[in-house]
Design a protein around this ligand. Structure first.
Ligand SMILES: *Cc1c(COP(=O)(O)O)cnc(C)c1O
Length: 387
């Protein structure tokens, strides 16, 4: 089959899945449950912003679903990352390990703390941070000081945290990463923005490190319009709640704040949307998985390699992806699909190529580079319900 032929069949398949001749987006939200009802109820209650029953309910829903001890809702996923890093004590001059293949929010949050990313390569089969590459880099370039803090040999800079990201919902090799981080005394923060509903060895992503964060932006598996969540322990969760709510000391009427806090709370209106979305999450995940299986069946044996969940993992298949044979084939596929109103996208520009992070410390990044030249995301919205 020629490349044009496969791309044409792919376009036809996608049009049949979404049953429309209109432009097809990469990931549109689905509102098929109690969204209108709960949002109307929030308005009715007059509790639309910083406090309200839906915020608490949404947090408890996420705790029950993921199995984390404590979930704290935030205004977006980037704010959750910022708070997560603060919980781990990340501050000015620190280094934070992360992958170059991620959405810019991961690195922005590191910058907000006055810290700098330290880029380590990804594995090709997970597209996320490589434990082997991290171990090798640390072996050569780092040591653990007398206080148990990991530092670079060269400038003795503290490596304060490690932030892997579960690309498109596919979990990184968490067991090995947890081990490497433990050996080197580096706290783990999972950027699980894309992996709600993804499991590693039967355990939900975002429950392996000291902290994890979720995003409920409009393009994620479920949405609150804008929103995020910090997943952590009871102790760090209490601190996260405090600093995301202006660090106000509980009092019936006095305004007293005991440190510089943030106004990072999720409004009750958004949480109302989130509660309705949570009721449909299991159905969304099943539908997305079935779609991924149909993509895989269509593309098996063709020149575009469909990205499957890593071994031992159950992925949410947030964004479906193929790996092309090379850049030319990738660009041809992007051109043909977008030209016919089927939205596809290349993976993000590598973070170390952005002007803010051009000079950041890095290891060898050849897998990230290899993937960046080949990956194309395919439309992944929950398809319309079967009639
Ligand atoms: C979506 C996303 C975030 C958070 O984004 P917000 O728009 O701030 O909610 C963070 N990291 C990754 C990898 C993401 O995909």
């Amino acid at each position: 089959m020629s490349e044009t032929g496969t791309a044409d069949r792919l376009i036809q398949f996608i049009r049949e899945e979404y049953r429309t001749s209109d432009p097809i987006p990469l990931h549109a939200p689905a509102f098929r449950g109690n969204e209108q009802k709960y949002v109307a109820d929030a308005i009715e209650s007059t509790f639309v912003s910083s406090v309200g029953a839906y915020v608490d309910r949404f947090e408890r829903d996420i705790e029950a679903f993921t199995g984390c001890e404590r979930a704290v809702a935030t205004v977006n996923g980037t704010a959750a990352l910022h708070i997560g890093l603060r919980l781990l004590g990340v501050g000015p001059g620190d280094l934070v390990v992360t992958q170059p293949l991620t959405f810019v929010a991961t690195c922005n949050a590191i910058s907000y703390c006055g810290a700098e990313p330290l880029f380590i390569d990804v594995d090709r089969h997970t597209m996320g941070l490589s434990p082997a590459a991290l171990a090798a880099w640390l072996e050569e370039n780092a040591f653990v000081d007398d206080d148990g803090l990991c530092r670079t040999k060269q400038a003795q800079r503290a490596i304060r945290a490690c932030v892997p990201m579960h690309t498109f919902g596919h979990p990184v090799e968490l067991d090995r990463l947890v081990d490497v981080c433990a050996i080197w005394g580096i706290p783990l923060l999972e950027d699980a923005a894309e992996s709600l509903g993804s499991y590693y060895n039967g355990r939900h992503t975002g429950t392996f490190g000291a902290v994890a964060t979720l995003s409920f932006n409009g393009n994620k598996t479920i949405t609150t319009g804008g929103g995020g969540m910090v997943l952590t322990s009871h102790a760090l969760g209490a601190r996260a709640k405090h600093i995301t709510t202006t660090a106000k000391v509980a009092h019936p009427f006095e305004y007293v704040h005991d440190e510089v806090g943030y106004n990072y709370r999720m409004p009750n209106l958004n949480a109302a949307l989130g509660c309705a979305q949570m009721e449909q999450l299991a159905g969304f995940l099943a539908a997305k998985r079935a779609l991924a299986e149909r993509y895989a069946a269509l593309l098996d044996g063709n020149e575009y390699q469909f990205v499957r969940e890593p071994e031992g993992c159950r992925s949410n298949y947030w964004l479906n992806a193929v790996i092309c044979e090379g850049r030319e084939q990738r660009d041809a596929l992007l051109g043909q699909t977008n030209g016919q109103g089927v939205m596809t996208r290349p993976i993000w520009a590598l973070m170390n190529h952005l002007p803010m992070y051009e000079k950041s410390i890095r290891g060898d990044l050849s897998n990230a580079q290899w993937l960046a030249e080949r990956v194309v995301n395919l439309p992944s919205s929950v398809p319309p319900a079967q009639l």
